[in-house]
Ligand binder design. Sequence first.
Ligand SMILES: C[S@@+](CC[C@H](N)C(=O)[O-])C[C@H]1O[C@@H](n2cnc3c(N)ncnc32)[C@H](O)[C@@H]1O
Length: 402
Amino acid sequence: MSPARRPLPPSSSLPAICSLNNQSESCILNALGGLHAIYIRLPTSLAFQISSAHKDLPAAIDSGYASDNDEGSGKDEEGFELRDDPYERAFAERWLTGFLGRAEELMCFESEDSRQRAIDKASSILASFFSQDEEEDEDTEITRDYRFTLNLDSYETEEHRESKNSEIITVQLTDGLAGRNDTDHTDVGLQSWGAAFIFTELMCAVPARLNFTKQSFGSAPRIIELGAGTGLVGIALGKILPRLGVLTPNIIATDFHPTVLANLQANINKNFSVSTREKSVSIQAAPLDWETADLSSPLDEQADVLVATDVIYDPEHAVWLRDCAARMLKPDGVFWLMLTVRTTGKFEGIGGTVRTSFDGRDGVRDSQGRVLAILDEERFARPNGIGRGDESEYRLFKIGWA
Ligand SMILES: C[S@@+](CC[C@H](N)C(=O)[O-])C[C@H]1O[C@@H](n2cnc3c(N)ncnc32)[C@H](O)[C@@H]1O
């Protein structure tokens, strides 16, 4: 008997609710079967039955931090499962609610019996979300250590990645599901996203490529992260910079969501409480909404560097970020923006707004009449085991005054 196949993430596999009337009965049953396989816990002995009941499921793709090495279970080596991914779960919950709202009028069912079976299945999956919430209320945080190899040589290429002059830095993060309100779909920053890992890897492998050197920074650069989420990038910077000789950086990790901010500050506290090595680093969380940016203290001084990863997922985000960044960036500062390209689902095409917003024509002007524009762009493929199934690649934009 072959092992159970890993189901696809709901966000990249479920048919759009508005298209349900054009779907076949088997497509809807497959969608429900996939959700059932992800969310309904079964005794191990029953898990094999899923594989035969859902043999039509397409081959697996990575989701969350799933690894290629564990094809059958949907778990990566650290035990993170698709079913634990809050974004996918919120997506599934909305889809099931939408399906149940329309099930009585759908024309695709061959009989009333099969309609009723589909309704029962959807209801039982939805009900399981709420009973799991009760069971898991006490234990909804996931805290993990992420290790990166910091290259201490100042090469600008990755050829020297295997440098002997390197050090491991560890970032401990809580992907803060605690206190999560499942009806709140704006708290996406309670988990760490693929782009943050790609950017942190790059900072560690070749810091000079981003100009993250003592020569360009001096000893006390001011760095502000926008839409920081769990804070991986800002916290990693706080560990990287002192080791590169930048001893007293001032780092501010910002976000607009209160729960995300509380989790961000807790992550900062966790990473900088004991180490003497990083005592000289000033790092804090601060509220900032790009749409209505309040630049009072501690955001009242302009930054040498702005960083942001995976912050473009609404058509308005790029323009808000452009105008917010223009008020926050020093005349010779750089804004590093790592875009996540999504080619399926509702975020498809939104990445294109970065180029149109930072095209060098529009936006807040500085005293010399310059606007923020893209100075350079680099593409990064999604490595196995990083990012969600709907993330097709990443683009790093170097943005500055032009
Ligand atoms: C997809 S998450 C990415 C989080 C983090 N940068 C990462 O890569 O893991 C997007 C982040 O942007 C934040 N965000 C969304 N809209 C925002 C706004 N208008 N102002 C400030 N932050 C916002 C969210 O709260 C969330 O933390």
